[in-house]
Design a protein around this ligand. Structure first.
Ligand code: ZN
Length: 830
């Protein structure tokens, strides 16, 4: 598989100026392939020169350059050489293309609920050539004129406003100049809710089988959309430039969403079909606002090369949470960001694959894709927060406006962004950027106090840069102390040395909990002092600010990962503090991390039943104390259903009897119950099959696959592994479901044979499954629950000698690092 290098991209953009694409797609040719015709007009700076065009067809029929047919003998399946270029050129490519089922290119999904098919385009990061012949790199932007032929009952949407031009014929309005990776067409019997806001036509779309929840939830989606438009218009001083604004909830989508100008695609699990929690709505709202920020930052101004992809994501990540807090009802969105995003980024910092936010070399497109991780999103956003603390918000916003206006419809690089910030602030940012953007790793921050008779006599903030990545980062942070639910003190300080005195704390009473970075202003590994760790079970839930509690939870979870505290202590905190937690982002994210990571990886196998019992007891008391039918009660019920060992309760719920309020007929909840029963070997296959019969949907099919795969006996594992790694044409989501269910068993002997098979069979999926999808499959299928030295040895062996694609290699590096954390913790604490 070819992989565009940065040098090739630079040479091609120095030579070419693409002035327009005219595309005709025929999606009425059956379920396997479609016809693609693309006409590309471009100027060449050096007449007579040569270049190449990207196209990855099923069958390439014809390529003409300036009317002359190009000899395609010897076509390598990916690049067509164009020689003897004129000043003005036109290349026409006609090809038959394959639909995908791995979320890249034109993905075609089958909805088992009603037998209908849905298509959407996802060209990020380098999949545009799977849809049309093009010059596929981010800095060759051009306007698009698109026409689509589709089955008559289908709706067509795309970057330009779509108009029905006849039976099954659609014409899309000419777009503004777009990068190839933003091209999309969504086509199928989608159902829609439309509105107009401030002159902008809005559309929300999803599969026909999701009509009822879509209609029920559209107003909330539209409200966030309207509020975000108003906020960004006021903040940037630039109108949304791409005409209509469509949000299409599409099936089997690999990421959360994609910011295609005018036609954003989002994963359709965001159309919640059952009971819905507050934090799920926060997450969806944050995604909506995130993609909207990209319309300016990323879409209107696009990075020149993939090494600056982080800047798009950091900006959108930061901006979406700011927008939710300032312009919507979700004023606690930063807590959600802290809990949902920071543990992801901090985990990324701990693996050998850690990298600077900016300035990773990205010598080619695929290596850029691998660095699109928690560092690009969570750390990048935190870094922008520190930039704002450094230069002031007014300068930041002025700089953003200048940057957007200077490069509108074109491309820019980090140096342009920093230049705009320097001009707006009058500050030299080179040192700041070197420390925060161009150096990997994170500082450890702790606060040390001396005390006398219950009073603090002196306090020092200690900053410890990582030995492997020394840097001189300045941090704007606060330090707060709490005792029995009362804030005892809080000071704001700048930490720009390895030891910073906090004279303001002298004379203050000793607090039961001393929390550095209590408002989560900076990016650092927060090390709580021993007294605070010891006091957490009794004191944490009384800390009055959710943001400070989130910082403590994250610090405790990181300390478990670093083998600094016993995972059993984290369970002790959970036992006392989780059930009393009021912030639902904290409840859900802590619940998820403890259920899916802390217990299976860090708690010894023989103690895991006891650990899940702690979880179930806490969830049970949360359920008992929550208002029936409330979002909090729903969260509690889900965790109780996932962790309880009470087979009578689970069987009652599986049968639909005596369910918690609001969960009658809720298929998703029933699958949580059945998943737990399946892991405990307490269902017969017929019970799962009958549940599937009652939920013949795409979601039901996935939950069924996952539950089947999680069966504890050898027979279930033989079946699941074959489905996962055999040639069954399974979609990206089906592979994820099988992988997510697989590594559960009551007896580890059932799983052990599959450790070696993982390293043989999963790398062999490359070629059959696109790299973007394979990265997820390889991470989910990794034997991280077999916490044994031999698993780590096999990882090391595969990394040394295996023939691995970059996606599989990266997944193994990161999963191996997480496994070694668990091994170290078990070696330390038994
Ligand atoms: Zn984004």
């Amino acid at each position: 598989m070819t992989n565009l290098t940065r040098l090739e991209a630079e040479a091609r953009s120095a030579l070419l100026d693409v002035t327009g694409y005219r595309l005709a797609l025929d999606l009425d040719q059956g379920a396997v392939t479609f016809e693609s015709s693309s006409t590309v007009r471009f100027r060449c700076a050096e007449p007579g020169a040569s270049t190449f065009l990207d196209v990855k067809p099923h069958t390439l029929h014809r390529v003409t350059l300036n009317g002359g047919q190009i000899d395609l003998t010897g076509f390598d399946g990916e690049r067509v050489a164009l020689t003897g270029l004129a000043l003005e050129n036109e290349v026409v490519v006609t090809a038959t293309m394959s639909y995908s089922n791995d979320g890249q290119g034109l993905h075609r999904a089958f909805d088992s609920a009603d037998g209908r098919h849905y298509v959407y385009g996802h060209c990020f990061l380098d999949a545009a050539p799977r849809v049309f012949g093009c010059f596929d790199q981010p800095d060759l932007k051009a306007p698009y004129d698109v026409s689509v032929t589709a089955p008559t009952e289908w709706v067509v949407l795309g970057n330009g406003a779509a108009t029905r031009a006849g039976e099954g014929r659609w014409v899309l309005a000419t777009t503004k100049p777009l990068a190839t990776y933003f091209f999309t067409v969504c086509a199928g019997p989608y159902v829609s809710v439309t509105a107009v806001h401030d002159g902008i036509p809005l559309g929300i779309h999803a599969r026909a089988s999701l009509r009822e929840p879509l209609v029920r939830q559209a107003e909330q989606m539209l409200t966030i959309t309207r509020q975000s438009f108003d906020y960004y218009h006021a903040l940037f001083g630039i109108r949304y430039p791409f005409g209509e604004y469509h949000q299409v909830y599409v099936p089997e989508f690999n990421a959360g969403a994609m910011e295609n100008p005018g036609c954003v695609t989002l994963r359709d699990q965001y159309v919640f079909r059952g009971a819905t929690t507050h934090d799920e709505v926060v997450t969806r709202s944050s995604t909506i606002s995130h993609e909207m920020a990209h319309m300016w930052f990323g879409d209107m101004v696009t990075m020149r090369w993939w090494d600056d992809l982080w800047l798009n994501e950091s900006f959108a990540e930061y901006m979406s949470h700011r927008t939710l807090c300032e312009a919507t009802e979700f004023t606690d969105a930063w807590v959600d960001s802290s809990m949902a995003r920071n543990p992801w980024g901090y985990a990324a910092e701990r693996t050998p694959s850690t990298h600077p936010v900016a300035g990773s070399p990205a010598p080619d497109a695929q290596s850029a894709l691998q660095n699109f991780d928690g560092i690009s999103y969570a750390k990048g956003s935190a870094t922008l927060l520190q930039l704002i603390a450094h230069i002031g918000d007014a300068a930041f916003i002025a700089g953003v406006g200048e940057y957007l206006r200077a490069h509108a419809y074109g491309n820019a690089a980090l140096v342009d962004f920093l230049g705009a910030m320097e001009r707006a602030s009058g500050k030299d940012l080179r040192g700041w950027a070197d420390a925060w953007l161009r150096t990997a790793g994170l500082d450890a921050i702790s606060v040390e106090t001396a005390t006398d008779h219950g009073s603090i006599t002196s306090a020092t903030v200690r900053r410890t840069p990582p030995a492997a990545h020394p840097a001189d980062r300045s941090h704007r942070i606060d330090v707060a102390g709490f005792s029995r639910g009362t804030e005892v003190f809080r000071v704001l300080t700048t930490v720009d040395q390895d030891e910073t005195a906090l004279p303001e704390l002298a004379g203050q009473p000793v607090a039961a909990m001393l929390i550095p970075n209590a408002s989560d202003l900076t990016w650092a590994n927060i090390k709580l002092d021993a007294a605070t760790v010891a006091a957490a079970p009794a004191e944490l839930s009384a800390v009055p600010q959710a943001q400070a509690r989130a910082v403590v939870w994250t610090a405790l979870i990181d300390a478990v990962a670093l083998a600094e505290i016993d995972p059993r202590h984290l369970l002790a905190v959970l036992a006392t503090s989780w059930a009393d937690e009021s912030n639902q982002s904290i409840i859900d994210r802590v619940g998820e991390l403890v259920t899916h990571r802390i217990i299976p990886a860090f708690i010894p196998f023989g103690e895991q039943d006891g650990a899940y019992a702690v979880m179930a007891t806490a969830a049970g008391s949360m359920l008992a104390e929550s208002e029936p039918g409330s979002s909090r009660a729903l969260l509690a019920a889900r965790y109780l259903a996932a962790s309880s060992a009470d087979l009578d309760l689970l069987q009652r719920w599986a049968a639909g009897h005596q369910l918690p309020v609001g969960l009658d007929g809720d298929s998703d909840f029933r699958w949580v119950v059945l998943g737990n029963l399946a892991r405990r070997d307490a269902v017969v296959p017929a019970q799962l099959d009958s549940a599937l019969d009652q939920d013949r949907t795409m979601a039901g099919n996935l939950r069924w696959l996952q539950a089947k795969a999680s069966g504890p006996d050898t027979e279930a594992k033989v079946w699941a592994w074959e489905q996962l790694t055999g040639a069954h044409g399974r979609s990206n989501y089906e592979l994820n479901a099988l992988a997510a269910g697989f590594w559960h068993a009551r007896d580890q002997d059932v799983l052990r044979p599959y450790v070696a098979r993982y390293f043989a069979d999963v790398p062999a999926l490359s070629g059959r499954v696109g790299e973007d999808a394979l990265a997820r499959v390889a991470a989910l299928a990794y034997p991280g629950n077999v916490v044994e030295a031999s698993t780590a040895d096999k990882s090391a062996e595969a990394l040394r000698h295996g023939d691995l694609t970059s996606a599989v290699r990266r997944a193994i590096v990161d999963a191996d690092s997480a496994l070694r954390e668990a091994l170290l913790s078990r070696a330390t604490f038994g």
